[in-house]
Design a protein around this ligand. Structure first.
Ligand code: TRP
Length: 452
């Protein structure tokens, strides 16, 4: 990096960037996704309900919030992609190479996230064509769909094509516009389902389970899962927020944006819980978890509910929107990288990176409950391997990189984040000591080196 371009780094505004509200909506759109609606309820019910939720809130505020502010600051200060921003700020190539890991990680997450996003599109279309009122054998339906092979691949292609189209249109004309239309739609759908959830007969039981903590159910493992989920849910550790940060102008307050994203993500998780737990308690389905919760249990509940077809359709649209607004943020990471690195046009970068994600995603689509389910290597299918390696290895590693970089290497982090001296010191403490130690603990734990 020459001196000239380093000087440019400090003043340049991006040629195509977010507006103030567009940025906040898009960052919320990125964080709110399948993580809140599919992963969170499953983790919560598997780890003692309300006590786990409380731990998740603590992790979100104590580690997630400072890390989010760090990622956004690195992006805006470095004005590059998920790799070059680090290089621009440190003047060292090695940091750029480390950042490259998150570009790869995003491609990996995108490839299986695209598969599940495809499932949500399929369920949306099926719900509106009367599937929720006609059928009852939802577990068989789910397996027949994912097992057909061509079905999930077709819908994965549809999801990726849509994501590619939005990203190819750029930041202000694509990603921002898409989020500005869909996020308010998401809020409306969410509120309708919330009111419905609270009026169900099992609402009281469901809410109690979700909000009344019983700490005896917590294990040390739950703390680690809660932290890992705080990362996943805020889209941290994979360069997403660094990439988005590069499109933000200097007039925007990154602090306000970080609080808005954490608040939005938390509120969404709360409301998702207030929809899902009353529903599963009312219909006696509280024992299910994992992918089944959303694609098997909820259709069964909607089937039994008055206006179930409409409410179910609304639920799956909501899920599809949440997934798509996260998917565009993930695809933008390799796209921004390719544009800068190889000087590709945005369209070319979007199409080619989508093609890579689709190719990696096809075996994932076929192996998640599909015809390739039997191909297991070291206890995991291809789908599970992508999820496992990205969430448990690349994500903590990317997060660690960010804390160390903002804590030790980049001296002007607190200025870019516009923190007052006292808050700057607290922030630095978290980035230097607290966050790295906690992340290393999770890492050792998920690698099986540390046993609890
Ligand atoms: N946060 C999103 C969700 O909750 C998923 C996501 C988007 C993500 N970008 C990411 C997860 C980067 C990890 C890393 O569904």
């Amino acid at each position: 990096m020459s001196k000239l371009s380093k000087a440019k780094v400090q003043t340049a505004e991006p040629a195509d960037g977010f507006s103030k509200s567009g940025f906040i909506l898009s960052a919320i759109g990125s964080s709110v996704g399948l993580g809140n609606m599919w992963r969170f309820p499953y983790l919560t019910s598997g780890n003692g309900g309300a006590a786990f939720f409380l731990l998740f809130i603590i992790c979100l505020l104590v580690i997630g919030l400072p890390l989010l502010l760090a990622e956004l600051s690195i992006g805006r200060g470095g004005r590059g992609n998920a790799a070059s921003s680090f290089q621009n700020l440190s003047g060292k190539k090695a940091w750029g190479l480390f950042g490259l890991i998150s570009v790869f990680g995003s491609v990996i997450i995108m490839s299986f996230y695209g598969v599940v996003t495809g499932w949500t599109l399929y369920y949306t279309v099926r719900s509106f064509s009367g599937f929720l009122s006609r059928q009852t054998a939802y577990a068989e339906t789910f397996r027949a769909f994912t097992g057909s092979g061509y079905g999930p691949v077709f819908w994965q292609l549809a999801a990726m094509a849509l994501t590619c189209w939005v990203v190819a249109r750029g930041i202000s004309g694509g990603i921002e516009k898409f989020n500005k239309v869909l996020i308010p739609g998401l809020v409306v759908a969410l509120l309708v389902l919330l009111v419905n959830g609270l009026t169900l007969s099992g609402a009281k039981e469901g809410i109690e389970y979700f909000l009344k903590p019983d700490f005896s159910k917590l294990t040390p493992e739950s703390a680690l899962l809660a932290l890992g989920h705080a990362f996943f849910s805020l889209s941290l550790g994979m360069g997403t927020m660094v990439t988005y940060g590069a499109y933000v102008n200097k007039r925007q307050s990154l602090k306000t944006a970080s609080f808005a994203v954490v608040g939005g993500d938390l509120l969404y998780a709360l409301i998702a819980g207030l929809i899902i737990f009353p529903t599963s308690f009312t219909y006696g389905l509280q024992s299910e978890g994992g992918p089944g919760l959303v694609f098997i249990v909820l259709p069964a509940a909607f089937h039994a509910m008055p206006f179930g077809s409409v409410l179910g359709g609304l639920f799956f649209i909501l899920l599809a929107i949440a997934a798509l607004t996260s998917a565009v943020s993930m695809l933008e990471v390799p796209v921004a990288y390719a544009i800068e690195k190889w000087r590709w046009s945005r369209t070319k970068a979007a199409v080619l990176t989508t093609a890579v994600c689709v190719c990696l995603g096809i075996p994932a689509a076929l192996s998640a409950e599909g015809p390739w389910k039997g191909y297991v290597w070291l206890g995991r299918t291809f789908f599970d391997w992508l999820d496992y390696s990205a969430s448990n290895i690349l994500l903590p590693f990317g997060g660690l990189l960010v804390t160390l970089f903002a804590g030790y290497v980049w001296k002007h982090a607190a200025e870019e984040a516009e923190l007052r001296p006292l808050w700057g010191r607290i922030w630095r403490f978290v980035l230097r000591y607290l966050a790295p130690v906690v992340i290393v603990l999770i890492f050792l734990y998920s690698a099986g080196i540390l046993k609890l």
